[in-house]
Design a protein around this ligand. Structure first.
Ligand code: HDL
Ligand code: ZN
Length: 403
């Protein structure tokens, strides 16, 4: 019964890199985008017989063919990202047995983007996706400034990495947009940063504010990151009842030759998250960490701070073995007050596989916990299982954000 409820419960996917249709080319979809996902670029360049520079000089279609040949023809596609492509194709009704890339391209050619959005959300049983929206993205910003009719299935999150991790270079950009900020934080700088955050929160109706930080992130600390969090993000969060999402542990460009695929993982200090939650009890925090070794301490931190909501098996954590381990740990330590998964999709069709892979694992672990309870004589009603699963698949976060 649990597996069936998990399959049937629509998901609120709380962190993706997808875009609503008015963003045009920024919304990626189709077989060539699926195959050139940066996870597969990294994996294919381990076995494909050409140097990185030569690969990146190819057209996207040729890159897709190199990846298809290296990972799906010359080798069996057993990795999670490879399996994901096949799960998506299979669930969308394509025949993958033929291993026929031209035929797959032919199938996709018949789809219009609007219909494909409906098809993908329906096949994945996803009711809402949260985008990653950056005012600093030169392709995205004009679309928001022009304005467009919102599709309620695509909500927005305000992504502010350049503000917190590249303050010196962000100052002139903010000044160019009319915000009176100074690199040394003099004058009205913090008030103007808060005005920038408020302007964009209203413009995009941001569900939360988010940043990706390196494993070295510390709080308290000297330097612009900690000062901007204290003097701008925190007051802004309280003024707008807006949560601050911390995604910590990425080590950028450890192999620059891989470009977007060149980032790696680092062990973070969960104490920094605890000290933030303690220093700002009236602010709400979301947090996901990239290192497997940080997951237990993050669960313990969530036990200590009701203003901390743990979410997702992020990036290098998004593999069946780790999703099972971490979901079990979270249920045992923090019960249902967490969000076990987000997709991080960059390609619309990936919604189908990311949730087809995660749902059974979440259902399996939850069912085990109910069985453990049954041994005591306590059995959940179907309505209680539906309530619990709705919580885990985005409901708990909606409650947390609205609190
Ligand atoms: O910073 C992030 O939001 C990460 O998810 C990166 O976008 C990363 O490249 C990614 O796609 N992970 O899944
Ligand atoms: Zn992401």
């Amino acid at each position: 019964m649990v597996a069936e409820v998990v399959e049937k419960t629509p998901v609120y996917d709380i962190h993706t890199h997808l875009y609503d249709q008015p963003f045009g080319e920024l919304l990626l979809w189709g077989i060539d985008e699926l195959l050139t996902y940066h996870y597969l670029v990294a994996e294919s360049l381990r076995v494909a017989p050409l140097p990185e520079e030569q690969f990146f000089a190819l057209s996207k279609a040729r890159q897709a063919e190199v990846i298809w040949d290296a990972l799906f023809v010359k080798n069996s596609p057993v990795s999670e990202a490879c399996r994901g492509v096949l799960t998506t194709l299979n669930r969308l009704g394509f025949d993958v047995k033929k291993r026929d890339l031209p035929a797959l391209r032919q199938h996709y050619a018949g789809w219009k983007v609007g219909d494909f959005i409906d098809r993908s959300l329906q096949a994945a049983n996803v009711r809402k996706v949260c985008m990653t929206n950056s005012p600093f993205d030169d392709l995205e910003r004009p679309v928001w400034e022009t304005g467009f009719m919102r599709d309620p299935r695509f909500v927005a999150a305000l992504r502010i990495d350049p503000l917190l991790v590249d303050w010196v270079n962000t100052v002139p950009r903010l000044q160019g947009w009319g915000y009176k900020v100074q690199t040394d934080f003099s004058g009205q700088t913090f008030a103007e940063v808060r005005r920038f955050l408020a302007d964009w929160t209203r413009k995009i109706d941001a569900q939360y504010c988010m940043v990706s930080l390196g494993p070295e992130f510390q709080y308290p600390a000297e330097g612009p990151t900690a000062r901007l969090i204290e003097e701008a993000i925190m007051p802004h969060g309280r003024d707008h009842q807006q949560a601050f999402a911390l995604m910590i542990g990425v080590r950028r460009s450890v192999n620059p030759r891989l470009r977007l695929a060149g980032d790696s993982v680092g062990f973070a200090d969960v104490g920094a998250v605890e000290r933030l939650c303690a220093a700002f009890p009236d602010n709400k925090f979301l947090c996901t960490l990239l290192a497997r070794e940080n997951q237990h301490a993050l669960c313990v931190a969530a036990r200590k701070f009701r203003n901390l909501h743990v979410f997702g098996c992020w990036w290098f954590m998004n593999n069946p073995s780790l999703i099972e381990e971490v979901t079990r740990m979270r249920l045992e330590l923090i019960g249902l007050s967490m969000t076990p998964q987000h997709s991080d999709c960059r390609v619309l069709d990936q919604l189908v596989y990311k949730w087809a892979h995660s749902r059974p694992i979440i259902g399996k672990v939850l069912a085990e916990k109910y069985e453990d309870l049954a041994a005591t004589g306590w059995e959940p009603t179907r309505a209680e299982v539906e309530r619990d699963v709705h919580q885990l698949l985005g409901g708990a976060l909606e409650t947390f954000l609205a609190s």
